[in-house]
Write a protein that binds this ligand. Sequence first.
Ligand code: GDP
Ligand code: MG
Length: 597
Amino acid sequence: MKNIRNFCIIAHIDHGKSTLADRLLGHTGTVTAREEQAQLLDNMDLERERGITIKSHAIQMDYIYEGEKYVLNLIDTPGHVDFSYEVSRSIAACEGALLIVDAAQSIQAQTISNLYLALENDLEIIPVLNKVDLPGANPEEVTDDIVDLLGCEAEEVIHASGKTGFGVENILKAIIERVPAPEGNVDEPLQALIFDSVYNSYRGVETYFRVLNGEIKKGQRIKFMATDNEYFADEVGTLKLTQAPKQSIKAGDVGYLITGIKTASEVKVGDTITDAAQPTQNIIDGFEDVKPMVFAGIYPVDTEDYEELRNSMEKLQLNDASLVFAPESSAALGFGFRCGFLGMLHLEIIQERLEREFDMTVITTVPNVSYHAFTNKNPDEVLLVNNPSDLPEPSKLNRVEEPFIKATIITKSDFVGPVMSLCIEKRGQITNQTYLTPERVELTFDMPLAEIVFDFYDRLKTVSKGYASFDYHPIGMQASKLVKVDVLLNGQSVDALSALIHADNAYGIGKKMCEKLRQLIPRQQFDIPIQAAIGAKIISRETVKALRKDVTAKCYGGDISRKRKLLEKQKKGKKRMRQVGNVEIPQEAFMAVLKLN
Ligand code: GDP
Ligand code: MG
C-alpha cells in the first residue's frame, strides 16, 4: 500500500488537463506513443458524440521511481455542476490532486471552485504551471498568482508543458513524493467507496470503487449498503487502457467490479460496498441519494410513437439512474411523460440521447422545479407540484413552497456589481462576500432554484464576460408566491405552454412570452392571436399576422428541383412541430420561456 498513489487532475476548462493526462500515460508506458495519439482522437470524438456517457473513470499506471515500483491511479472527474455530487465522490477517492493552471490564462474561475472541492476533501495539492511553451506565457506572474491562492512556495509550483512533455517527469516525482500513500487495513472487513459507474449493454453495470479497508475478491459475496442488495463479485480488476481482471483488489487501491447488475439504479455513487457475511461497521459517510431537480414533459412528435418512447425511456433509465419519468397527458400534446432531471444540462443530454440512440423525435415542454403546495382543506399535507397543471386553483390554495439553493459565485472584482444585480434580479439574497485576492471575489447567495433554470448561466456568463464560476447546493424549501401563467393560441389554452412563475414576475414574463412566441410561431393563412393569462385574466396579447397570399403563390411553377428542395426544407422544419388545434407550434416555442432576454 505504501507504493500506491491515488490522485485526480483538476483545472479550469482548456488549461490542458486531458493533454497532460495523455502525457502521463505515455511517459509511464501505460499507452504507447501511437496509442497516445489514437486515444486522444478517440476520446475527443466520442466525447463530442456522446457527451458525458463515455469518459475515462480511472486509469492505472505503473512507474519505477528510484528503483521502486509504484502504482499510480489517476481518477477522472465528471466536469459539470449538474453532476457535482459525483465529482465530489471521485475526489473523495483520492489523496492528492494536480492543480493545472494555464501559464497564459492564469487562475480562472473553475480553477478555484475545483480547488475548493479538493481542499474540502483534504487532498494534497500539487500546483502545475502548464503551457510554459506558449509565447504568451507569463510564468513569473502566474506563479505569483498560484502562490497567493495556495499560500505555497514558488518552488512547489511545477513548470510543465503537455504539448512538449516538458516537466512530466517532475510531476510524476511530485505525485510520488508529495501525495500521501493511502491508509487502510487489509485485514479489516471490506469497505469500498463507489465513486462512479457506467452502463455497458453487454456486461451490465460496471462499478468503479476505491477500497478503504479489507479487500474485494473475485467470487466474493458482497453487499451495497445503501440499497442492502447482495451480489457476487463476478469480476474485479484494475483499469489499464483496457480492463485487467484480478483475483482481488486490496485496501488503498482502485478498481472495477462486475456483478451482472442490469439496471443502473441499483448502483449508487457514494455508496459503500462491504462483505455480505462480515459487513463493516463503518459506512463511508456523505452518501446522498441524488434527487431530480428539474422536471419537464417529453412527448413524441407523432402521437403513435408513444409506446416506442416508453420503451426508449425504460432502456435509457437502465443506464442513467438519475432519470425518472412517469406517464402524463396533455390536452395539447396527448400522451407523454413527466421526467425528472438533475439539471438543465442533464435534460439536454437525455433529449439528445433519445434522438440519437433511439431515433425518437420528441417535444420537451417548459421545465420547472418541484414545488410543494398546501390546500386550505389539508393545510399540513404536502402536495408535490412537478407540473403546472398540478397547482391547485388559487381559491383552494393555502400556500406554496419552492426549493432554495446556496449559490457560490467566484468572479473578478470588476464584475461584482453586475453579478450582484443579476442575482438580486433573480430573487437572490447575498449572504457573504469575500476577497480571495485583491482581484478575485467570492459571493454567496440564497436563491430560488427555479431562477437557475431560467437562463441564469447565459446571463452570468454575459455579465461577467465569462469570468465567473458558479456552484450550488440545495438548502430546503421556502415560502413562495407562485402563479400559473397560461398561454392561449387562437383563443385556446395550450396546457403544454403553461409555466409556473413567481407572482412578482408574472406580468413581465407573460408579456415577453407572447412577444417571443410571436417570433417563433410560423405565419399561416389567418391571424393567430397569442395571449398570456393568469386564471381568467388576460395579461398580454400579440398577433402572428396572416401570410400574404402572393408569398405562397411564388412557391409554385418554379423548376422542379427548386420545388423539391423547398419541400424537403419544409419537411425538415416540420420535424419538431406539433399541430395544436389549427396552429403549428415548433419545439423552440415550448422552451421560449427559458430564453426571454
Ligand atoms: P482540458 O480542457 O483541460 O482537458 O484541456 P485540453 O488538454 O483539451 O487542452 C486544451 C487546448 O490546449 C488544446 O488545444 C491543447 O492542444 C492545448 N494545450 C494543452 N496543453 C498545452 C501545452 O502545454 N502547450 C500548448 N501550447 N498548448 C497546450
Ligand atoms: Mg479535457
